[in-house]
Design a protein. Sequence first.
Length: 257
Amino acid sequence: SRKKDFNVRALDLIEAQSGVHRPRTNDNRRTATGVQYNIFDSERYVLTLDDHRMRDVASSAPYDFLEILVNEKQYGGGGIFNDQATACVDSAFAEYVFVHEFGHHFAALADEYYTSPVAYTTSGAAEHPEPWEPNATANAAHPKWTVDPDVPLPTPWDKEEFEKHSHAIQAERARLRAANAPESEMDKLFTEEREWETKLLGSQKYAGKVGAFEGAAYEARGLYRPQIDCIMFTRDEVGFCRVCRRAIERIIDAYSQ
């Protein structure tokens, strides 16, 4: 554990109303940090674009990294390297979101998922420039990380079966949002998804091994992640993969040594 290398300070902000601004539903709320849903028109993406207000609030305590906890039940959060991270704490998946977004903010980790809708159009190409993030590569034959012995490159997995199920989940997710369904229904969907994915991915021949698994950084083809499952890939309760953990260790070392 590297717990001793961290100092954590909390600022409890008093607001006139609980919650944050929701542009899509015209639920207008002005908060001390300016945090809102629907950043880049993504319903789950929560950030503040008002850097001055955010830094003014944060200046009340010394800090290197900044996590904003949001009093909302709707699933959401966001994370940008060296800028900010957010998590909606009344969601059933708040702990996952906090840790996942911390990975972006603290260690510059890439999103490894590729079946969820994102705020910009992906290329769909089979070839890509090499990503700068430590946990994604375009070079499956010679990844930037150390591969376990006897693991083939690229590393086979049941990609088609995973994608079929995941696309069905995303369609249902969109339906629930369009219907303004209770957040409990979204939580139930995510729980069912997690159970199915944990079983499928955990049963793969190279589960737990470091290789180069196609599908990463919003791209189904041509980009590869280090392990079959990771908190940067799914909501499964697997934590960070070994490559992500090493990237986090390097940042901790840079700030603590």
